[in-house]
Design a protein. Sequence first.
Length: 451
Amino acid sequence: MSSDGRFALVVEGVGKCYHMYAKPSDRLRQIVLRGRKQLYREFWALRGVSFQVERGESFAIIGRNGSGKSTLLQIIAGTLAPTTGRAEVHGRVGALLELGSGFNPEFTGRENVYMNGAILGMARREIDEKFDAIAGFADIGQFIEQPVKTYSSGMMVRLAFSVQVQLEPDILIVDEALAVGDNLFQKRCFQRLAQMRDQGVTLLFVSHSHEAVRTLTTRALLLDCGEMRSIGESGEVLLDYRRLLHDEEKRWHNAQIAGYAESNDRSSQTRNTTGNSESPNKGAAPDDLSFGDFDAQILTVDVFDDKGEASNVFEPGDRMIIRLSVRANRDMTHLNIAIRLRDKQGVKMYSWGTLNQDIAIRSGRAHGQTFWDRQFAAGDVINVDFICDCTLGVNFYEVQAAVSEEGTPDYENQRMLHWQDEAAFFQVTMPRTEYFFGGVTDLRMEAHVRD
């Protein structure tokens, strides 16, 4: 693997193995035995991880809890040694790995700022010049002079983030710590991260927020059980992550069914039939942009104007109809048919489904018959129109479509039957001389001059 000047980070064949002992005394016995007998089992938290990150690139590392994300970041930050392979870093690294990591709890906030700066190789004069900016961004007032052990979790992350971003690292590693801060501080943090990215700082970002990964990063790595599952453009890797989560939910769902069948002393034949999610009428995934169990399948997604004519260009205020055609591949009920709109930057603008409408009907905020209770036979085709006045700003938009089985009418027990990315597209333009607003959506605001 090349490590030329283009790369801020080169990770090659990195693995991390831990020795797991049945009881603490076995650890001492293993030292005495000097390898003549193995008293431990190996647990590989990481195995065979290789990738490169270019200077100035924003790169995400995603995966379920326990997939090895934090272990990999600690190896990159130099706080953990790999068992195999190497992680080669070029430039000053700032790392926000764990809440309060790198802080001495007995030191004041001010003292910890200077200690962290010294660890990063900065002279006291440089830290003096940046201290007011650090304290101002953290915005913890006189607590900057108090021992860190007296801080709340929110204050801790404020100071930790402020130190790392104001000391201008070449590479910034952020691992979920921002989830602790309040909403306003999180907003400021993400703005600062975007600014640093635009200024050429290399960003390594770990988050369970798909929206944050989409908006902050351009490429991503998906880890599963310590191994690389996929790497590539962030949106594509997030789709792989959703497939992974869906597969896990499907296994859990089948295990629940099998367990229920067994507890009721059903025959082996019945148990196998009930526990199998495969349907004889099941469709197949049409392309790599889809996933699901396919007990129901999206056939078409079309966009129409108010005259019912196909259209892919709208202006604010235009009537817009998004029509989904779905086929049930077996007898079904408790369905939800839904759409999600994203702009070309991947930001979710809106999502709505038949279950959302059912919830509104049940609460008395809307009228009509609920869809969730309806029964459908195998082969039935269901057509749903999602109708609205376009209030979106100028941009290019993607329609994502989904049909799911909802065990309860509240989105708490979902099984995805078919999810489709890039199901349709449309564009919003604006007649600037007739009607104009800025931003992502039209709030239909009015200006009233008060004399």
